[in-house]
Design a protein around this ligand. Structure first.
Ligand SMILES: [Zn+2]
Length: 284
């Protein structure tokens, strides 16, 4: 008899289950703050996270919405895993969807809300599946999964009107500071193309290297070594506070901010690529 010293492989990411999380969010319709779908989806996300996390709580705040000049309620959701662990990471995504399809080729659609299958639901879907795995097996880091509200309601060109949830989160940090933050945004495109993002690469180069080296080691399709887009996204408030944060995003998505951002433009395989990457970082 000899002990088996082979390393256990990382848990398996179930892309079919993850894709169901994407479809379930879209089944509520557009999820822009104040909408019917937003309220229904919030209940759903809370229920899903509560099933696996040690603790789940909401961070609620109000803000005047620029488009309507009305006071709107926003809710960040925080799900904590292995709260006693000192070494911690934050995995995050935005769960709200854009209130207006202002990139739609048909200008009569510009004031209609998008469904946000990729822009919103995809990152959340991967994190919901990761949450199930974290609930069952112990990774090397304690993880806080954070779903931000109010990311995508700004008018074009008014950058200060975006990122409401992540700004509020960082200003009222309700969890210990993590070693680094990984943000997922628009990672469900069937034709996945993830380039290094400019601000991530400039202000968190070690984490960018860690992620892209892991992607190369796993031969993950869809990850490219070039630096391409410069994003105002939920990683920025963390970077401004000196916390390393990386935006994993596919901005080469023709249906961005249009009514065509629907589940058929996304694929389970793309969710799997990103899900496997996160699991490898946690368990390899
Ligand atoms: Zn967006």
């Amino acid at each position: 008899m000899t002990p088996d010293r082979r390393k256990a492989p990382p848990p398996v990411f179930d892309e079919g289950e993850a894709f169901k999380f994407l479809e379930a969010q879209c089944s509520f319709g557009p999820r822009n703050p104040g909408s019917y779908g937003h309220g229904r989806c919030l209940d759903y996300l809370l229920e899903q996270l509560t099933a696996s996390a040690d603790t789940v709580f909401k961070q609620v705040f109000t803000h005047i919405e620029y488009a309507t000049s009305t006071d709107v309620e926003y809710t960040n959701l925080i799900a904590r895993f292995q709260q006693k662990k000192k070494r911690r990471l934050i995995f995050c995504a935005h769960w709200d969807t854009r209130p207006f399809a202002d990139e739609d080729p048909d200008s009569s659609n510009w004031d209609r809300p998008i469904l946000g299958a990729n822009d919103g639901a995809s990152g959340v879907a991967v994190l919901l599946e990761i949450a199930k795995i974290l609930g069952d097996s112990k990774p090397r880091y304690g993880i806080d999964i954070v779903l931000f509200d109010g990311e995508d309601g700004g008018r074009k060109g008014h950058t200060e009107e975006y990122l409401l949830g992540s700004k509020y989160f960082v200003q009222n940090m309700p969890v210990p500071e993590p070693e680094f933050v990984i943000l997922l945004d628009m990672i469900g495109d069937r034709d996945l193309q993830i380039y290094k993002e400019v601000f991530s690469n400039r202000y968190a180069p070690e984490v960018v290297d860690l992620i892209w080296e892991k992607a190369a080691e796993l031969r993950l399709p869809g990850f490219f070594r070039l630096t391409k887009h410069m994003m105002i996204d939920d990683h920025i408030p963390f970077l401004e506070r000196g916390i390393p944060a990386v935006d994993i995003i596919d901005m080469d998505y023709p249906h961005w901010h249009t009514l065509e951002d629907t589940p058929d433009k996304c694929s389970p395989q793309s969710l799997k690529v990103v899900g496997e990457l996160l699991l490898a970082l946690l368990y390899d």
